[in-house]
Design a protein around this ligand. Structure first.
Ligand code: PEP
Ligand code: MG
Length: 901
């Protein structure tokens, strides 16, 4: 315990144990709050003097105090408090010039702890001196507040019991609010509180100030280690036995001559990240009372007033110098400490102090803007700005908004709880939302408010609307997490669930199925489907992605099957198409018929006729695709699914097909039976179709190469298609199919009389293809890992059936995550590494990509960076996420390699 004195950290005092001035107290040892406060103090900002007991010391102190070695503990505290006393010229418990203290928890990595205990040192003995210094009323108020917070925090009295005692006092004395209580009444209240402790508490209120400090420390340590607190930490993914450091800070009152009070301030909007001071301030208050709703606090600035609402009072008007200073401090903190903060401040007779400081909470959009602007003003590096953004945050920018030219028929105004705009039919239950989604109809889920049981419905709906609830209501928080546009607390709307009617204030009624639009970005609810526009990448978002493009090594392509998908992908700066699944073209309206004719063909001639029709259609699609991609690389995969997927299933549909094709129903049934497989995922699919029906692959090769010639001529940019063969396992498959494609190329060359250039690659989707990676690399131009199938095959898990057991596997910790969402780096990843090493040994510069669903998952992208792949490919809307994830992976790799690399 003696050695512990050396471990104590200091804020705003001379002894600087625990951290250099410029780096502040180490956050792992002294917790977040102490870290930031110490850095603010080192900048010369008005932070009260304090010492910080690191987690280990707090534990030892608490054990000593509980375990009969209280003397040692007191000796340590006396030495630390002695330094504060020396610096302040006051003494704890001194009847002449008493020092008052507050005790604040400071956990590493955050984590909720007990509230601060304020005004430690107030006691019968010190009352007269405080009365002389601050007036009788203030002194009595400080005293009763300490009894209240110590009673609740350290002696186990229910906080509510004090509130009721206060309420009774106000009622008995006929007084409206606690600020109107006089000194005598406050003294009576203190006596009532003491009586409460005597009756209900687990001990007496200590009149000895040192005993108060020790008791408060022991109580906070106990609360932190209580099973409930440990479980709460576990639920939040924090370490169960994380240490709790404690800050013992000189008290700044918040009570006394005006302006005195407490508040919180932030310089940036939590929602947008825009600069502008905001917050709340309550006169004659301490701690977080401004947020507790006991009395109506002031806004900080006029800019925060709602334009249409009644004027609210502001601190800016009451004390303009204070808000200007807060804004200045906020700027300084950003510049020097490189983040946007929320500041807990106190005014004592106009003098401003920062009592607590923490990085401000922010919505994804705000996080991007703050990081980019901090980097632009040089407060952090661009790399740091990129590393701070969870790539999933970008989703927020990737939602449609209302077309500015669209007419808005506003039926209600609520809170802009989650950005984006969505239109759909009204549904009033999660089940109805799911049913609509299953039928492919966009839905807006409208509820009074939401709870955990509504999450699946929120997931299924395009947008969410609640009649009640604020910006941090369940609906708002969950919708933001899910990326669903959401309007909360829509005023004037009345929801009658029993009748299934949503009534607007103007008398209009909307029933289940009526179409409405929620504009989550500005809180409007509109009648009908308002036209939306696709997101534009501008401002901070665009800048962040420009930096990401400059920082990344990995290429980012898109999985796009149509020219429309390709246009979206280009809008998001995809560098090419990494996977065009050609089968999707056959499901377009009017396409399925020739496909079915081809499948039903009895002889080569009728098959050729059907294929010729398909070829014309496919060629048209490819021309559009190449045209859109204007010379950028395009990987086209030849047919992959088993043929039975193109046949109808139900009896009615089979009969309809028989009629349309003029083929006996019995024949169709027989063909469907011939094609049926026990395990189609591992059956006749992928290149096995090409081997069995080379004419299908030949048709596709023709269509691709003819389209490439046409598009090349039209755009003036030569198109070199990259033809990809799926699901290979033996190199002989590649050789046979390369010949089929080569013959098609010869025919196209002969017909076109010009250059027909292309490359051939394979999808590595089977374990055997990984092991034979060298053979495949030697015989092809590129490899692309199809990690959906590869995960299925390496695990032996059916990708279509995992939903039945994956949730159990993940919740029981059998797998740490679903390997179909984030690559299983140690298993599937090892197979990929083997394939890559063997491929590179055979052909060092070979292009290697990944085109499974993992292409925009940050952890999987990180794997691809380390494995030295050429590109990742993902769905068009996720391209920006992959760009940032690739940049982060490159930055991480550079940092790991060290400064000289
Ligand atoms: C894959 O298997 O990873 C892949 C991209 O192909 P598909 O999902 O079409 O099987
Ligand atoms: Mg596949």
């Amino acid at each position: 315990m003696k050695a512990d004195i050396e471990q104590i950290g200091w804020i705003g005092c001379d002894p600087q144990a625990g951290g250099a001035l410029d780096t502040g107290l180490d956050r792992a040892r002294y917790g977040e709050k102490a870290h930031w406060l110490s850095r603010a103090a080192a900048l010369g900002l008005p932070v009260p003097r304090a010492f910080v007991l690191p987690g280990g010391t707090v534990r030892r102190l608490a054990e000593a105090l509980d375990g009969g070695q209280a003397e040692e503990a007191h000796a340590l505290l006396d030495r630390a408090i002695g330094r504060l006393e020396a610096a302040s010229g006051r003494r704890l418990g001194d009847p002449e010039r008493p020092l008052l203290l507050s005790l604040r928890p400071s956990a590493a990595g955050g984590g909720a702890a007990a509230p601060a205990i304020l005004n430690i040192g107030m006691a019968e003995a010190t009352l007269p001196a405080i009365e002389a210094e601050h007036g009788a009323r203030t002194a009595q108020d400080l005293y009763r507040r300490l009894i209240q917070s110590y009673g609740a925090g350290a002696l186990g009295v229910e906080g509510e019991d004090f509130e009721y005692a206060l309420y009774d006092k106000l009622k008995d004395d006929g007084i409206d609010g606690e600020t109107e209580l006089g000194a005598g009444q406050l003294a009576e209240l203190a006596a009532a509180f003491l009586a409460l402790i005597e009756a209900d508490g687990e001990g007496a209120f200590p009149q000895d100030a040192r005993g108060q400090v020790a008791g408060a420390i022991a109580a906070m340590a106990r609360a932190w280690d209580a099973p409930r607190a440990r479980t709460r930490r576990l639920a939040k993914d924090l370490a169960e036995d994380a240490p709790l450091a404690l800050i013992v800070q000189e008290m700044v009152m918040g009570l006394g001559p005006e302006p005195s009070g407490a508040g919180i301030a932030r310089l940036r909007s939590e929602l947008t990240g825009e600069t502008g001071l905001s917050g709340r301030y309550l006169a004659q208050a301490q701690g977080e009372e401004a947020l507790m709703g006991l009395r109506t606090p002031l806004l900080l600035t006029r800019a925060e007033q709602t334009p249409s609402g009644p004027p609210e009072r502001t601190l800016e008007e009451a004390a303009p110098g204070v808000t200007a200073r807060l804004a200045e401090i906020g700027e300084r903190l950003e510049q020097e400490l490189g983040d946007a903060f929320v500041m807990h401040f106190t005014l004592a007779g106009g003098a401003l102090s920062l009592l607590e400081l923490a990085p401000a909470r922010r919505a994804p959009r705000a996080a991007i803007r703050i990081a980019v602007e901090l980097a632009e003003k040089g407060a952090i590096t661009r790399d740091e700005a990129m590393m701070r953004i969870d790539p999933a945050f970008l989703e927020d920018h990737l939602h449609p908004s209302i077309d500015p030219a669209a007419k808005r028929d506003v039926i209600a105004l609520g809170l802009p709880a989650s950005p984006g705009a969505a239109a759909g039919e009204l549904v009033f239950s999660p089940d109805a939302a799911e049913a609509a989604a299953a039928a492919g109809r966009p839905a807006i889920l409208a509820l009074i408010e939401t709870g955990p049981e509504d999450i699946r419905g929120m997931h299924a709906a395009r947008g969410v609307l609640t009649v009640r609830g604020g910006m941090t209501s369940h609906a708002a928080v969950v919708a933001r997490g899910l990326g669903r546009p959401c309007v909360c607390g829509a005023k004037g709307l009345v929801l009658d669930r029993a009748r299934g009617v949503l009534a607007a204030a103007d008398g209009r009624e909307f029933h289940a199925g009526s179409v409405v639009t929620v504009v989550g970005s500005d809180g409007q609810v509109l009648a009908g489907a308002a036209a939306t526009v696709e997101p534009e990448i501008t401002g901070a978002f665009a800048r962040l992605l420009e930096w990401a493009d400059a920082a990344r090594r990995l290429g980012v392509r898109a999985n796009a099957d149509t020219a429309q998908d390709a246009a979206v992908a280009r809008g998001f700066n995809a560098e090419g198409i990494g996977l065009c699944r050609t089968e999707h073209m056959f499901f377009k309206r009017g396409r399925i018929l020739p496909m079915r004719e081809m499948i039903m063909a009895e002889d080569a001639e009728s098959r050729r006729a059907a294929l010729a029709r398909l070829r014309t259609m496919q060629k048209g699609d490819f021309v559009e695709l190449f045209h859109e991609m204007a010379g950028l690389p395009v990987v086209i995969r030849l047919l992959d699914p088993p043929l039975h997927e193109f046949l109808p299933h139900g009896d009615d549909e089979l009969s309809e097909m028989a009629e349309t094709l003029d083929v006996p129903l019995q024949r169709i049934r027989e063909r469907a039976e011939e094609l049926a497989e026990f395990n189609p995922m591992l059956g006749k699919r992928g290149c096995r179709i090409g081997i069995a029906f080379p004419e299908i692959y030949a048709m596709q090769a023709h269509a691709i190469l003819e389209a490439a010639c046409d598009a090349g001529e039209r755009t003036g940019e030569p198109v070199v298609p990259e033809i990809m063969i799926p699901l290979v396992s033996a190199v002989r498959e590649l050789e046979v199919l390369a010949r089929v494609i080569g013959e098609a190329a010869d025919e196209v060359r002969a017909a076109q009389g010009g250059m027909v250039d292309y490359t051939i690659g394979v999808m590595i989707e089977t374990p055997r293809a990984c092991l034979r990676g060298g053979d495949f690399a030697a015989a092809s131009d590129f490899l692309s890992f199809g990690t959906n199938d590869l995960t299925q095959m390496v695990y032996g898990l059916s990708r279509d059936d995992v939903g039945r057991f994956m949730p159990d596997y993940v919740s029981q910790g059998i797998y740490d995550h679903d390997p179909f969402h984030s690559l299983d780096v140690v298993g599937v990843g090892e197979m990929m590494q083997i394939a890559t090493e063997r491929a590179r040994a055979a052909r060092p510069g070979i292009t290697i990509g990944l085109c499974g669903e993992h292409g925009a998952d940050p952890a999987s992208v990180d794997f691809c960076e380390h494995a030295g792949f050429t590109y990742v490919s993902c769905s068009p809307y996720r391209v920006p996420i992959a760009r940032l994830a690739a940049a982060q992976a490159a930055i991480r790799a550079r940092r790991e390699a060290g400064p000289d690399e």
